[in-house]
Write a protein that binds this ligand. Structure first.
Ligand SMILES: Cc1cc2nc3c(=O)[nH]c(=O)nc-3n(C[C@H](O)[C@H](O)[C@H](O)COP(=O)(O)OP(=O)(O)OC[C@H]3O[C@@H](n4cnc5c(N)ncnc54)[C@H](O)[C@@H]3O)c2cc1C
Length: 491
């Protein structure tokens, strides 16, 4: 049974919350981690069913080398709890302008050779020099130069380099759409360049046996091993505020007190739902309401009677896949095609226990708006566009389907963050990494009430979703521990 008084309480066992709680416990604080679900991992939780086990949806980890999953597992002493794997076989597929689906040639999984890519993308010889120079410039750009692109959108950065259309589609679809889930002409170029560099130099495509939820569960184990308490299936209904300071939480299992509360529930649900609004200035409430979420993925988990592919993951895209803001808005209004990039993951091709013998599970993800209340017809149209792309690349797949599960924005919101702002809640990443919401413009990890902090993809980190959540957890733990020790003796 959890004690009633803590040094710090963390709400939510996503990658951000779990990391932060584990590190604070290791630093000697008395920590409580409260998670509403019965499983940890949040947006990267695992599911299992009928002998299959998998991350709830397509989650492709990156970078491969020096990834923060391993760093935090080691730091908390729980690397025995989650096994990371780097599959040999990836299977990205380019749909040529002639409509042919062409698989990416085999390449080492820890590096991308530009010449292999140029050949595959049909880049004419006379354009390759420009493309190569662009790659080289991007790969070695020093951090201070990358920072100069803060505030520029990625489309404008690519446009000034005049790269071939298929290379543009490759970079946007294979890397940036999936990593950030925002239109390319809204994506902050500095954020994107740093992540592209990480993938080119340190590889992309790392997974966890049993699904990424195992990392989330391991983080909870880290909290316990360092003396903290973890309460699963415990929803926080309210963050208590007394005399302008946080005082603890109210849950369906009782109240718990702490002078520090760190929320992994999302900045919008935290401010607009968990705390009485009288404690905030109107301007802060408006600032939080106006934050733009990332877009979302929906898709299927196909349970197949036999394998359809040897690839563990891949991206299916064409020159027309990249989402600009205008194209996305038109598609949302039903005035433009809804087909864009499609991501797929095949857990049984990197984890021997992911599927019963001889069977295969394949999961997909394609773009849709983040609104959990998007209409049924709309959802069906977005889903159909994704499925058409998948079946184009794997024509034999429909005949192998024994059953399929569908997930969409409502599933993501129900499993993770509450919908508190119209049109938001089912976002894939968190607050969008768009121009104006990154770097110094990203929400602060510190809330405007003493003792209130935010952790996870909304504040404090950079890069791809899961990595930025962990990076945020590390940063918040550092700041909170300092605050705690400096305050020690004050209360
Ligand atoms: C479909 C999909 C595909 C993705 N693909 C990728 C990918 O390929 N690569 C990648 O790196 N990232 C991917 N991501 C994004 C990545 O999973 C997230 O950005 C990251 O996991 C977010 O972590 P977080 O710590 O910010 O919070 P979350 O994962 O949102 O965790 C928040 C936790 O808080 C809990 N919580 C919320 N409210 C309460 C409450 N009131 N009381 C108690 N607990 C509460 C939730 O249940 C949850 O466990 C994907 C996400 C989705 C949905």
């Amino acid at each position: 049974m959890a004690d009633q008084n803590y040094d710090a309480i963390v709400i939510g066992a996503g990658f951000g919350g779990g990391t932060c709680a584990g590190l604070l416990a290791k630093k000697g604080l008395k920590v409580l981690l409260s998670e509403k679900n019965s499983v940890a991992g949040g947006k990267a939780m695992s599911l299992s069913k009928n002998g299959y086990s998998y991350t709830a949806w397509v989650v492709i980890g990156a970078p491969v080398q020096d990834n923060l999953y391993q760093v935090i597992l080691d730091e908390l002493g729980v690397s025995d709890q989650a096994k990371l794997v780097v599959p040999k076989n990836s299977g990205s597929i380019y749909k040529t302008p002639a409509g042919k689906f062409v698989a990416m040639p085999d390449a080492p999984s820890d590096s991308l050779d530009p010449n292999i890519i140029f050949e595959w993308l049909g880049i004419p010889l006379d354009r390759r020099e420009t493309a190569l120079q662009f790659f080289a410039q991007l790969a070695v750009m020093p951090p201070e130069q990358v920072a100069e692109f803060r505030g520029t959108n990625l489309h404008d950065y690519f446009a000034q380099a005049d790269i071939p259309k298929s290379l543009y589609a490759f970079l946007v679809s294979l890397c940036c759409d999936g990593m950030f889930m925002v239109p390319v002409d809204s994506l902050d170029a500095a954020e994107a360049i740093a992540s592209l560099q990480a993938i080119f130099t340190r590889g992309g495509g790392i997974f966890c046996e049993g699904g990424y939820g195992r990392v989330g569960e391991a983080l909870c184990e880290g909290v316990r091993r360092h003396g903290g308490d973890v309460m699963m299936s415990t929803r926080v209904n309210k963050i208590l505020v007394e005399e302008g300071r946080v005082a603890g939480i109210e849950t369906d299992k009782g109240s718990f007190r702490a002078p520090i509360v760190i929320s992994n529930a999302g900045i919008q649900p935290t401010v607009l739902k968990l705390i009485d609004q009288e404690h905030f200035d109107k301007s802060y409430l408006n600032y939080v309401r106006d934050l733009i979420p990332s877009l979302s993925l929906l898709g299927y988990r196909y349970f197949l009677s036999k394998p359809v592919t040897e690839a563990a993951f891949g991206v299916i895209f064409s020159d027309d896949s990249p989402w600009s803001l205008e194209r996305f808005q038109k598609a949302r209004a039903g005035q433009a095609p809804r087909d864009g990039v499609l991501y797929y993951e095949v857990p049984s091709n990197y984890d021997p226990n992911a599927a019963p013998e001889g069977k295969q599970i394949l999961m997909t993800g394609s773009f849709c708006p983040p609104d959990p209340d998007v209409g049924k017809g709309d959802v069906a149209d977005w889903a159909a566009a994704g499925e058409e792309t998948l079946f184009g690349a794997f024509p034999e797949l429909p005949g192998l389907i024994e059953s399929k599960d569908f997930y969409w924005t409502r599933s993501v919101s129900n499993a993770t963050r509450d919908a508190t702002v119209p049109g938001a809640g089912g976002e894939t990443i968190g607050i969008g990494q768009i121009v104006g919401q990154c770097g110094d413009d990203k929400p602060s990890i510190k809330g405007p009430i003493a003792g209130l902090y935010y952790v996870g993809a909304d504040a404090g980190g950079t890069g791809i979703g899961t990595q930025q959540a962990i990076e945020s957890g590390m940063k918040v733990a550092e700041t909170v521990a300092r605050y705690h020790w400096l305050r020690a003796g004050v209360d």
